[in-house]
Write a protein that binds this ligand. Structure first.
Ligand code: PEP
Ligand code: MN
Length: 338
């Protein structure tokens, strides 16, 4: 249930409403907006009569959220969520670009790429230190050593860090070195992990599962939000369809649809989305045109020798070209590149 508080309600009245909601057995999530304070009362009470709340002093109105996801829904929160960082914000008018290799491979590799992507205008350095590989025999990442290198390279060039944690045991180390914790597509429905991320103070980027519907994806975000972590962004990274010509099918429709259903920022990953280098730039252009709040893209200084995802990684000069092109598209829709 959403409880909209009267505009002139006092703090004491709001506290009174929260207490009564707790007494009814609800979990209460408060959203203090510029114009309005809204309380999300969560708890499975299908026959609860919302009038019991509507009569309380300070309440403007109370209504049910019909979607199964509550805190992630636009019904609960109309204003878009904006997630602030030191050098930019995700979810505002300016589109944030995150770039870097699939995996951190060495000191010279990550420093070279960090310098190149920073120069071209990226705000975040991406790179995996713990890699979810389809084969147990493939390169599994450099672990904490990789994170240390990434942090140093990012700091050197004024970038923020995004990297993937694969389970709850990796959250703490990720909090030490990264600015955003990435949840990989294969972990989107690892509910225990999502619950633990709900307790983290770091923003989380939740990738869409390989065959997840929008509702399933938003329900996963709900796990993180209901744990108390409100800094969640959704990342479309391509889904599995009957098509075999591309690695995945980049679902551009996810961007406007999730924006309509949810207040959370939407990130596009054209690299995993299509999986073929020469199609990444067109997909990035489409993602920006469709309203993505951020684009995360794989860039490698020597993709032909990359330890993972070389065939979908852009050469640095291609990344520069991508930046040039998406600036024009951003402007055409009244946005900028951060
Ligand atoms: C990645 O970002 O390198 C990655 C493994 O992504 P996904 O979980 O989308 O496959
Ligand atoms: Mn990758």
């Amino acid at each position: 249930m959403v409880v909209v508080v009267e505009q002139n309600a006092t703090e004491k009245e709001i506290e009174g409403i929260i207490k009564i909601l707790h007494d009814f057995g609800f979990d209460v999530h408060r959203s203090t907006g510029v114009n309005q304070t809204v309380l999300g009362a969560i708890g499975v009470k299908p026959d609860f009569d919302t009038r019991q709340v509507e009569v309380l002093p300070g309440v403007a109105h109370a209504y049910r959220i019909t979607e199964p996801y509550k805190l992630a829904s636009r019904t609960f929160k109309q204003e878009r969520t904006v997630i602030p960082f030191k050098n930019c914000q995700v979810g505002g008018d300016a589109i944030v670009i995150m770039a870097g290799p699939c995996s951190v491979e060495s000191e010279s590799q990550i420093f070279t790429i960090a310098e190149q992507v920073a120069k071209a205008g990226a705000k975040f350095l991406r790179g995996g230190a713990f890699k979810p590989r389809s084969s147990p025999y493939a390169f599994q990442g450099m672990g904490e050593e990789g994170l240390k290198l990434m942090r140093r390279a990012a700091d050197e060039y004024g970038l923020m860090v995004i990297s993937e944690a694969m389970d709850g045991t990796q959250i703490e180390v990720m909090e030490r070195y990264a600015d955003i914790i990435q949840v990989g597509a294969r972990n989107m429905q690892n509910y225990n992990f999502l619950r633990e991320l709900g307790k983290s103070t770091k923003p989380v980027m939740l990738k869409r599962g390989l065959s997840a519907t929008f509702e399933e994806w938003l329900m996963s975000a709900e796990y993180i939000l209901s744990g108390g972590n409100k800094q969640v962004m959704m990342c479309e990274r391509g889904i599995r369809t009957f098509e075999t010509a591309t690695r995945n099918t980049m679902d551009i429709s996810a961007i406007p649809v999730v924006h309509a259903k949810s207040h959370l920022p939407v990130v596009a990953d054209p690299s995993h989305g299509i999986g073929i280098r020469d199609k990444v730039i067109p997909m990035a252009r489409a993602a920006v045109a469709a309203g993505a709040d951020a684009v995360i893209v794989e860039v490698h200084n020597d993709p032909d020798h990359a330890k993972s995802d070389g065939p979908q990684s852009l050469y640095p000069n291609q990344f520069e070209e991508m930046m040039k092109q998406i600036r024009v598209i951003a402007e055409a829709i009244g946005r900028t590149i951060a």
